[in-house]
Design a protein around this ligand. Structure first.
Ligand code: SAM
Length: 387
């Protein structure tokens, strides 16, 4: 008999409203092992659909199908094929981009990124972890990569009781892969780079920001120089700041590779650096703020908001009249409305009249599934100091 999990009417309601997650508090009865694809039953024993079951996470079930539609391997393969075919239609001017964006591609907790001829996968639930050998075989057939690397080292795997590993699942994966985004090439270390190697979700925001960049540039939280390298081509003076020595070494190597000798990279804490620059009376025509997620969970929202306000307020003070501030937040817990309200306060407190020129989100290869707010995590506002 197929494994089953019975959920409460509140859980059923949530699924009916279009959300694929069922929390542990809504689990009534379990006749299944963690990692299985289970038949999900409502309180009156009606089949609600099939989903991935986890016996450790707060998210107990990630729905795959509704009603009697069985979630089998052909269904998963069809979804992989559709997700990959969709990216082919986007006309992306890059050879590194997301092929599968988990829930938004109806493949919950599965991430697949392409870096030139190589794929990087992440299985972030017990169910996806168990399916990974089958998914790998399907990806090898559909996308014909030279190698597939599992970057199964994100901390969220611990919440699922899964180990944190990095391993080659298929073919071979070199120590460094060259990824191209528009005119810029990056040397990417897929095994140790942040995320799966690059912040692919910012690709279209880097492209958009490049349309405004001018004068003297300051790229804060630069990582391997994503914004800086792209924008420096339009800015006669360019500086990049990151707290990590490894990131600064990557920026320098990428600046050399791309022939951007005037990009100066330095290792510093952006909070201190913005204060120092303000004291020195510095002014910039283009500033980028792309910090890590300050609000990893709900409890950290007040501190995160204060952190965002601090850096935005200081950046606004450093902005020359007519200058542009490209400011981002990748914290899902700080939504667009909160982010806009924080920017309003920062503008008032710094006495800087700024106008919103563009409100953006993560790139089109990281789409947002309607009804699942968790899939909209990245905000990117392009502001102009009016005078
Ligand atoms: C979201 S990533 C930036 C991605 C980058 N803008 C890009 O396009 O590739 C955030 C970066 O901030 C750096 N970082 C974190 N805290 C920092 C701090 N207090 N000061 C400076 N850099 C910091 C991290 O090392 C990481 O490289």
């Amino acid at each position: 008999m197929a494994s089953t999990v019975t959920i409460s009417s509140r859980g059923e309601q949530r699924v009916r409203s279009g959300h694929p997650w069922i929390y542990r508090a809504d689990i009534v009865h379990v006749q299944a092992e963690g990692g299985e694809i289970v038949r999900v039953l409502g309180p009156r024993n009606r089949t609600i659909g099939y989903g991935l079951f986890s016996d450790r996470s707060q998210i107990s079930i990630r729905m795959l199908t509704h009603g009697e539609v069985v979630a089998d391997l052909p269904l998963l393969r069809a979804r992989l094929e559709r997700a990959i075919a969709f990216r082919d239609t986007l006309g992306l001017d890059a050879n590194a981009y997301r092929l599968v964006h988990a829930e938004a591609d109806l493949l919950p907790s599965l991430v697949v990124d392409r870096y030139a001829d190589h794929l990087v996968v992440q299985a972030l639930s017990q169910g996806m972890d168990r399916l990974l050998p089958r998914i790998t075989a399907m990806l090898a057939e559909i996308a014909a990569p030279a190698g597939i690397l599992a970057r199964n080292d994100p901390k969220v795997r611990a919440l699922e009781g899964l180990d944190q590993t990095v391993e080659v699942l298929y073919g071979s994966v070199p120590a460094s892969v060259v990824a191209r985004e528009g005119p810029i090439e990056y040397a990417v270390d897929l095994r140790t780079g942040q995320k799966t190697g690059l912040f692919l979700d910012q690709r279209e925001n880097r492209e958009a920001a490049a349309r405004y960049a001018r004068g003297r540039l300051l790229d804060c939280f630069s990582y391997s120089g994503g914004f800086a390298l792209r924008l420096a081509r339009r800015c006669p003076e360019a500086e990049a700041v990151d707290i990590s020595a490894d990131a600064v070494a990557r920026i320098r190597a990428n600046a050399e590779r791309n022939g951007v000798p005037h990009l100066e990279a330095r290792e510093a804490n952006v909070f201190d650096e913005l204060r120092r620059l303000e004291r020195a009376g510095a002014q910039y025509d283009t500033i980028v703020l792309d910090p890590p997620a300050f609000a990893k969970h709900k409890a950290s929202i007040p501190n995160a908001r204060a952190g965002y306000k601090e850096i935005n307020l200081r950046a606004m003070r450093l902005l020359a009249p007519g200058g542009y501030l490209i400011t981002c937040s990748c914290s899902y817990n700080v939504n667009e409305e909160m982010f806009a309200a924080m920017l309003h306060e920062a503008a008032v407190d710094s006495h800087t009249p700024v106008a919103i020129v563009e409100k953006r989100m993560q790139g089109r290869d990281h789409p947002v599934l309607v009804g699942v707010p968790e899939t909209h995590y990245l905000k990117c506002f392009i502001l102009r100091r009016v005078e």
